[in-house]
Design a protein around this ligand. Structure first.
Ligand code: HEC
Length: 501
């Protein structure tokens, strides 16, 4: 038996004091299925901090061990706990979301236009309903999905969400971490947020397939196919000739100019590996099936949703499909003080992925991955710079470690980045040069998350430099242990309170 297929334990927490607030009917909070203890052969979760640090601080850094560990976490997250194939329910899909945590803390569902059922993670966190509400208002502006010159509708929108592993979510719920008054008290006491070592937090990103986003495409031999088109990441662009105006806009999906297609009628994984460079020539090599993705069939999960304002019931997606395709996911684990950081996105040619991933990273994909999970590329950031600097007292000298997700940070332009520091980097010719970074495609997860704070002088995002744990931000603000969503939960609850007054 392969260890990767071993199903983790379902995790229930029983906390008498909490039960009164829980929106779920049962007497205990169901935190979902935890990470398997050995998600891939030889990869242990959680791994001891000393061991991970020995890879990070090795010179040269032990990237083979880092890649193996990051892929092991992916194998655990995507391990089917129910069903198989594209629509299997996988580990991370059983976890509580940010909206669940807010609902428990406030006793209220987050403000949203639509109220959906609660049978799956997709609905419980208010993700799909919010997205549909946005899509509805877009239509009023006349900005509904439009076909390109070749008659193809290319979808460049995504939905995103945050979810917490069982140990992570139970830490939040049991300590109240995220409630504004709890964060304020920690700040006043000079304390800080601290997740348990086995916590894992994720941020999955989906494309939503509905009828209005499909193109009927007749190919050369007269066959008509129902295609869903979306933008495929072309790799990090060369910034040499970018003007400040261009940098301000970042590198969002609308600039990528290449597509892949999903044929709604194809069954089983395909052998395609191509992309269509101008989004006008669907063909055998760039057409995929849903079985090439991790997906959620929203219709199977929830037949109808109710418009809170009018009380009207609507079938999600009308008579057509309503399928969420996983296109990207951010993943972080608290195994080390500065967390481990890895991000994943769907790639047409997963064995030869674009930057910031690489063929070497892809070659480390472990055997227990499902064929769907193996279709994603990975980029890790286990340190801000190489050589890795200590927790405090280090310096801004070394190679930049770049790791971002095309479907998340690539669209961030210079206005998003508020703190910059100059880094001395090797120039590749044996000498040194200095550099500063201020775009999403130059970011490092650990740098931006290392600034995650509550109160004080507000939220500050950054791209890539060394952030010591005693950085000036924490002179006045609470250190929320790299978890920006804790600050977001606090702000969301504050905003809900302000609305009630
Ligand atoms: C420029 C800043 C920035 C960068 C760079 C960044 N993030 Fe985040 N991240 C955020 C913010 C802000 C949130 C909170 C979003 C929310 O609450 O919905 C977040 C949320 C998350 C979460 C949800 C749990 C948490 O920490 O609150 C994960 C997991 C995550 N990011 C991983 C990553 C990974 C992996 C990378 C790098 C590949 C990355 N992030 C890069 C700003 C950033």
């Amino acid at each position: 038996m392969s260890l990767g297929k071993e199903t983790g334990m379902r995790y229930f927490g029983v906390k008498a004091g909490l039960l009164a607030f829980l929106p779920l009917a049962a007497g205990a909070q169901d935190f979902g299925v935890d990470m398997p203890a050995e998600p891939a052969p030889g990869i242990v979760f959680p791994t001891a901090e000393e061991e991970i640090n020995s890879w990070i601080y090795a010179q040269p850094q032990n990237s083979a061990a880092i890649h193996g560990h990051a892929w092991g976490i992916w194998a655990g997250l995507t391990n089917p706990v129910d069903g198989e194939g594209a629509f299997a329910r996988v580990t991370y899909q059983t976890w509580l979301t940010k909206a669940n945590v807010i609902a428990v803390f406030t006793g209220k569902e987050p403000q949203s236009h639509f109220q959906l059922g609660e049978s799956s993670q997709m609905f419980r966190h208010g993700l799909v309903d919010g997205f549909l509400a946005d899509a509805a208002s877009e239509k009023k502006d006349g900005t509904e999905p439009k076909a390109n010159a070749a008659g193809i509708i290319v979808n460049a929108d995504v939905l995103e969400n945050v979810a917490y592993s069982p140990p992570s979510a139970s830490y939040l719920l049991e300590t109240g971490t995220g409630k504004p008054e709890v964060l304020d008290r920690l700040l006043a006491d000079g304390d800080k947020v601290q997740f348990p070592d086995n916590a894992v937090n994720v941020k999955p990103v989906y494309k939503l397939i509905t009828e209005e986003r499909l193109t009927d495409w007749t190919d050369a031999d007269g066959r008509t196919r129902k295609l869903y088109a979306f933008t495929a990441w072309p790799g990090v662009p060369d910034l040499t000739n970018w003007t400040p105006d261009m940098k301000e806009g970042g590198y969002p999906e609308t600039l990528w100019q290449q597509c892949v297609y999903v044929d709604m009628d194809l069954k089983g994984p395909t052998t395609s590996t191509g992309v269509d460079v101008n989004c006008k020539s669907p063909g055998a090599g760039n057409i995929y099936s849903i079985d090439d993705f991790i997906a959620v069939d929203l219709k199977a999960q929830n037949a109808a949703f109710v418009n809170k304002t009018t009380g009207e019931t609507e079938e999600i997606g009308g008579d057509g499909p309503a399928i969420a395709l996983l296109v990207a996911m951010h993943v972080t684990s608290r195994e080390t003080t500065q967390w481990t950081w890895q991000t994943f996105w769907w790639e047409a040619d997963a064995a030869h992925p674009n930057t910031p991933s690489s063929a070497a990273i892809a070659a480390a994909r472990p055997s227990p991955l499902t064929s769907q999970a193996a279709h994603y590329a990975m980029a890790p950031a286990y340190s801000m710079l190489v050589p890795a600097q200590p927790l405090v007292g280090g310096k801004n000298v070394g190679e930049l470690v770049t790791a971002f997700n095309p479907y998340l940070e690539a669209g961030f332009g210079t206005p998003i980045i508020s703190i910059m520091e100059t880094v001395q980097t090797p120039d590749g010719k044996g000498a040194w040069t200095t550099t500063t970074t201020d775009m999403g495609i130059q970011t490092n997860c650990m740098t931006c998350h290392g600034l995650a704070a509550w109160g004080g002088r507000g939220s500050n995002y950054a791209a890539n430099f060394y952030v010591p744990r005693d950085y000036w931000v924490f002179d006045t603000a609470l250190d929320v242990d790299f978890a920006w969503s804790v600050e977001a939960i606090g702000n969301a609850i504050k905003a809900m309170g302000a609305k009630d007054d």
